[in-house]
Ligand binder design. Sequence first.
Ligand SMILES: [Zn+2]
Length: 63
Amino acid sequence: MSGGVLGDDLEQTGRELPKVSYICGGCGREQKLDKDAVIRCMHCSHRIFYKRREKKLLQYLAR
Ligand SMILES: [Zn+2]
């Protein structure tokens, strides 16, 4: 299994968080996108995003 998954991960957005941070595959900028919003980079109009995994945030939420 290789690391960078494109596209498929976009459908698996978090149910609890209304917005998820994504890394643009074109320019590498981080953006927060709504689940229902059109996925497109506002900087370079790229449509492929990497889903960001925030391990620190998960630790912070866990009691
Ligand atoms: Zn971009």
